[in-house]
Design a protein. Sequence first.
Length: 195
Amino acid sequence: MRRGLFPVAGTDEAGRGPLAGPVVAAAVILDEGNIPTGLNDSKKLTAAHRERLFDEILAAATVSIASSCPRHIDARDIRKASLDAMRRAVAGLALPPLHVLTDGRDVPDGLICSGRAVIKGDSRSLSIAAASIIAKVTRDRMMTRAALTFPAYGFESHAGYGTDRHRTAIAISGPCILHRMSFRPLRSDVEEMCG
């Protein structure tokens, strides 16, 4: 704000590491007069706390959400798919930002304004923390819904991460359309079948 760069959007993603499901990004512009209390890195909050803050952020801030599906992740790689989702989330904001703070080491290409990467940004920036909460809750809800269509994998309990239960389900049922075939162990299975 002191540099005349307001509004500022924070952006973050959820779901870079799982074996299944989309990567989800959110962009958030907070109302400086109505910032929800307790904002922090989504990984440091309980599920109940994230859910409460999710509703408060949506009620008080300008929010946009975008995702990249497993097919997009496989075609481009997870880093590029994550950055693309962040770029689209920023572009979807109803209030165009003058500056964007992104969590991590990279600023997405093609932003509508200037941007800066902030390492551990979800612990250092309230806007990025808010985006991390929106992205995490949205993705968790998507995976819970996916479990209704693909009940064999237990997505509602692990959100697509490579738990023992999930790996066992893949071994028994094989992968589904939500699995990232470029991720190990799925990629190694494909290589063995094709080799």
